[in-house]
Design a protein around this ligand. Structure first.
Ligand SMILES: C[S@@+](CC[C@H](N)C(=O)[O-])C[C@H]1O[C@@H](n2cnc3c(N)ncnc32)[C@H](O)[C@@H]1O
Length: 242
């Protein structure tokens, strides 16, 4: 049996990496690094920096793998995701076969493996039996609220975590992730927004205020940053006015 560590690495700062994560990475014989293409090479660079800083195991190997793109043209979203996971499971099976029997491999997962990440679901589909161990990481949500110096929830109140695609009228304070469509532009302008991009990195950007007052500032900041980096990851909290 092989052990696979699914290690949350935080959202871009090597300082987000926990001691538990460092220990797991140092138990791995093979470290897997996803490559999402030239435009997003900074994401692979962060993982390499984490390994260079923290992994002292002399014989640990690093194996990069190209992440296939999901077919966004598939009108059946669920089927598109399912096919994409199947393709990734085939890649994972090949990668895991490179881990010595009785040894360990590690996937360095952005943020926390339990939040909008499919590594665990894909590992359920691999053809090789493995023992899975998950190491939690700092999520974009924690990085967002810490950067703004706010609590996630109001006293005793719930919070919804959703995607731009799923954001409807905001009845409950909502954290929005994976929003390529700028869903906040459709929301009640009297909501408060706490927005952040590249959270945890040296390029972190923050905007907050009444949505109606700052929405266009966020759009302009977002567009300029995306142009500069070639990619953007942003997260925001929409909160009912107090
Ligand atoms: C596929 S999800 C991964 C979430 C990750 N597992 C986590 O725990 O935060 C990608 C989304 O996370 C958010 N995200 C991840 N890293 C971020 C960062 N450094 N700054 C802002 N948002 C980030 C964005 O909403 C992005 O679209």
């Amino acid at each position: 049996m092989r052990t696979i560590y699914v290690v949350g690495i935080g959202t871009g700062s090597p300082k987000h990496v926990t001691i538990e994560a460092i220990e797991a990475l140092n138990r791995a014989d093979v470290l897997f690094i996803p490559d999402k293409g030239a435009q997003k090479s900074e994401l692979a660079d962060v993982r390499r920096e984490i390994i260079a800083r923290y992994v002292t195991k002399p014989d640990a190997r690093q194996i990069g793998y190209a992440v296939p793109r999901r077919n966004a043209a598939n009108p059946d979203y669920g089927q598109g995701v399912n096919d994409w996971h199947d393709a990734l499971a085939d890649i994972f099976s090949v990668l895991i076969a490179d881990v010595p029997t009785g040894g360990a491999g590690a996937f360095l997962v952005w943020g926390d493996p339990g939040l909008y990440d499919s590594t665990l679901r894909i590992l359920e589909r691999v053809s090789i039996p493995v023992r899975i161990e998950v190491i939690p990481g700092i999520t974009a949500i924690q990085a967002l609220t810490a950067a703004h110096g706010i609590a996630l929830n109001r006293i005793g109140e719930p919070v919804t975590i959703t995607t731009g695609r799923q954001l409807g009228p905001v009845q409950i304070d909502s954290v929005v992730m994976l929003d390529g469509q700028l869903a906040f532009l459709e929301a009640d302008p009297n909501l408060q927004i706490f927005w952040g991009a590249y959270l945890g990195t040296a390029d972190q950007l923050l905007v907050s205020g009444r949505l109606g007052d700052v929405a266009q500032d966020i759009v302009a900041t977002r567009n300029a940053a995306r142009e500069r980096h070639g990619w953007i990851m942003d997260t925001y909290l929409l909160r009912q006015p107090q």
